[in-house]
Ligand binder design. Sequence first.
Ligand code: RB5
Length: 156
Amino acid sequence: MKKLAIGNDHVAVEMKNEIKAYLEEKGYEVINVGTDSSESFHYPISGYRVARMVADGEVDGGILICGTGVGISLAANKVDGIRCCVCSEPYSAKLSKQHNNSNIIAFGARVIGVEMAKMIVDEWLNAEFLGGRHQTRVDMLMEIQDTQELKAAKTE
Ligand code: RB5
């Protein structure tokens, strides 16, 4: 992953800027599609923008930050092909890539500090999807998305 999109709402402008600068220093290209203002900004706009870019293959992955990470991740997960995981610590961030093949990571500027956010993005960006049995489960997620059903869940 070398090219990333980052998005945020008004609560997370400062954290967005710090994470963007941190990743750029490490050699990543980071495209900012969030707000740069402290004026109230609806998080679904940034969630959608980043998700669209990831789903269309314009970037290799995305980072989303709002107050909790919840609203903005919900918006992103409405876009087909998106697996956006809210993480407040690095272990879940790493596993979200290894097991769930997350393509966007989200967190909350009101929940964690910027140093924790840096650890989260580092673990996430350095992890690889493990495939195998995890691919089977990710395929099930995509089956639910595509058909609104899951064959394996049928009882009769
Ligand atoms: C904004 O007040 C807040 O609702 C937003 O940042 C986020 O936490 C939503 O999930």
